[in-house]
Design a protein. Structure first.
Length: 163
């Protein structure tokens, strides 16, 4: 932090170390932190250590804490929105487990419908064959009927008239 001229504060050290600021404020860490702050301020102000170095570090720490609070508020809003989405998904039944159950139900229904469609196609084929057979029987009946009608008409024309 000295090399990059990043302000040395309890909050920044805790954030970088992924620990609680409480831990950084414990002795002897706090002593080392204050010495590092004093050295950093001395370097920034040409070598002299100001008497009010803790006030400056507190201002920097306050600014860092404000930024951290803003970040945490933003994270909180994101987490609340995500929780709301997840709860909505559970209510709607669109969570992963419900979806897998629904997919299985739809797959089963699809199999049943595919079987029914196959049966229906087979029945249509059978009915077409039967229709073709009946059509040929009907055509034969028409031919027989025409020939009988023609025979009947011929015999009527040859009958002796009775007057």
């Amino acid at each position: 932090m000295k090399a990059t001229n990043t302000p040395i504060t309890v909050a920044e050290i805790a954030r970088r170390a992924h620990v609680s600021p409480w831990l950084v404020r414990q002795q002897p860490l706090l002593e080392h932190l204050r010495k590092a702050q004093a050295c950093q301020l001395a370097g920034a102000q040409g070598g002299e250590i100001p008497a009010n170095s803790t006030a400056g570090s507190l201002l920097v720490e306050r600014d860092l804490l404000r930024k951290e609070n803003q970040r945490l508020r933003h994270d909180l809003q994101n987490h609340r929105r995500r929780i709301s989405e997840l709860l909505g998904d559970q209510i709607d039944g669109t969570d992963a487990q419900s979806q897998s159950v629904r997919v299985q139900e739809l797959t089963d229904q699809n199999s049943i419908l595919a079987g029914q469609a196959g049966d229906a196609l087979q029945q249509v084929h059978h009915l077409r064959q039967k229709t073709d057979e009946l059509a040929s029987d009907l055509a034969a009946a028409h031919r027989v009927n025409r020939s009988l009608m023609a025979e009947l008409n011929r015999t009527k024309g040859h009958l002796p008239s009775q007057s």
